[in-house]
Design a protein around this ligand. Sequence first.
Ligand code: LLP
Length: 426
Amino acid sequence: MNNTLPGTPYFHYGESGLMAEGLALSALAEKHGTPLYVYSKAAMLGALAAYQAGFAGRKAQICYAMKANSSLGVLQVFARAGCGFDIVSIGELARVRAAGGDPAKVIFSGVGKTRYEMGEALAAGIGCFNVESEAEIEVLNEVALAMGLRAPISIRVNPNVDPKTHPYISTGLKGNKFGIAHERTLATYQYAATLRGLHIVGIDCHIGSQITEEAPYLDALDRMLDLVQAIEAAGISLAHIDFGGGLGIQYHDEVPPTADALWAKLLQKIDARGLGDHTLMIEPGRSLVGNAGVCLTEVLYLKPGEQKNFCIVDAAMNDLPRPAMYQAYHAIVPLEEKTTTAQARVYDVVGPVCESGDWIGRDRALAVQPGERLAVMSAGAYCMSMASNYNTRTRAAEVLVDGHQATVIRQRESITDLFRGEHLSA
Ligand code: LLP
């Protein structure tokens, strides 16, 4: 029976089955019900420590890309550890503030910021707007001038580098909607420098997500550093270089570089160009939280079939959309460690939602019975934050484990929560 756990030592089999740090997951499932997200605080801080080690002795700011998991209790862990945040909406800024984060350490990414969002973020005093088009630059300038402020900006460069990842999550190629073409960047900086409502503070890029190779990063950095030198030679100084996020995690058999090893190489390149005095910023999301979370689910029914056996569980694509959206692989393991393959059968693990796309795992060998619980691994990133109420299903509860302590950081939604704000017509 393959109960190999990807990516983190903080979820492990112990005497009481699968544990999160010092707590048995079966006890948490019993107490809080399923589907249930469980996070390990130590796993989050351990992932962060790899970046901190990579930047030791440097001027650096780690801005957690909170779209990966924006639950307040998760944000609080990173805010207390000194992180800033990469946001993509004004709703995310409200979450940062509610979790005790510092708006001055916030950078605002995204191709479609509205005037309203720009105004709110300016009033909050965020650290930087990562602007993505000439049109956005003009609107931000207008909004700032109307408020009597200067907006701190960085221009997002599209370096046209293939991150070799799923097409939906590659963002730094010419055909993607993100950033300003590498070739137009210098001219755009020169134009932005003439606008009185803007204050140029940096340059940024983000080439994609779940990147498991070093080469795309090294290529993108070369292109970025060429630009930094050209822009500064034109008399525009850049206080920071923001290299985005995107570092992959182990879901299955991937072997991504570690954050500190990757940054040792990147920093060598930066230093070789004499640019090591710039503040370095990064926007990691998945690599900080992905392997710090699991989703617990209960087996409802086994449904053997001629072509397929189905293991129907109580978590579905609304709870954990990555398999349905990206055909993503998440390991699925029993909470009780199984030592024999005798009872195993190959199942598609599926949820109750009325779509054939509602699957969590395909062709998995499992020895399970109805009523048993499973853990969907590597579920800390882009799972709860992408959950929906499709099929009028309430979103799961979330628990944060710290050693032997568990805190419910989000209670399970109630059904009446789901139609709050809806009205019947007269
Ligand atoms: N910065 C920007 C501007 C981004 O767009 C993203 C992610 C990040 C940072 C963080 O990237 P990370 O370190 O997490 O790879 N829902 C997809 C992933 C979408 C990523 C979107 N942008 C998934 O589940 O795989």
